[in-house]
Design a protein around this ligand. Structure first.
Ligand code: ZN
Length: 196
């Protein structure tokens, strides 16, 4: 019994000895509660780099990882049908993917299609420069700074895609997408805008 009491006394001594010590080491309670918080944060922190690594990988990959709501498929054919005629890009999408399908049969030299995105104000210049650049350049002037994004030119039965950063669009901006193959604009164009 004496030993037992002695142990309790000793324990009490240890506790009282520790208490002031702990309260001295740093604004009381803080160190005690900070410790578990830190260990909880640790796994979260270790997930973060993994997530950003994935994001970087998808940025360089051919865009297969873009969420469905951040992607649209435009169809085209030998009759220059171009659908849809309007694209709403959600601002929550960091990147947006446009897939172009040519469901016709004609070769690209005769009935090639692409998708070029520009500010509406730059449309005429892009069409003119693209026409001058010619078939070999997919009817897009190389390095044209008026072009926000564009796919390559494809022929019947082919498919292509382009992914661009939505930061290139502003909500109050007016943009168009179209096929820059000479003579195709009239039937093959639509509006694209950034929305909430
Ligand atoms: Zn076309």
């Amino acid at each position: 019994m004496k030993i037992y009491l002695g142990l309790i006394a000793a324990a009490t001594l240890v506790m009282t000895a520790c208490a002031p010590d702990a309260s001295k080491t740093a604004a009381p309670a803080a160190p005690a509660s900070a410790a578990p918080a830190a260990s909880e944060a640790a796994p979260a922190a270790s997930e973060a780099p993994a997530a950003s690594a994935t994001a970087e990988a998808s940025a360089t990959a051919p865009a297969a990882d873009v969420p469905a709501e951040c992607s649209i498929t435009i169809t085209s054919d030998d009759a220059m049908k171009f659908e849809p005629k309007e694209i709403a890009v959600k601002s929550s999408c960091k990147q947006y993917q446009i897939v172009l399908k040519h469901v016709g049969k004609m070769p690209k030299a005769a009935m090639g299609h692409n998708v070029v995105i520009t500010a509406t104000a730059n449309k005429d210049a892009v069409l003119k420069d693209g026409s001058e650049a010619g078939l070999d350049k997919d009817y897009v002037k190389p390095g044209d700074t008026n072009v926000i994004a564009h796919t390559k030119l494809i022929g019947g039965g082919e498919e292509t895609s382009v992914t661009f950063d939505t930061s290139k669009l502003t909500k109050d901006g007016a943009y168009e997408y179209f096929c820059s193959f000479p003579g195709h604009y009239a039937q093959m164009h639509g509006t694209i805008k950034l929305v909430d």
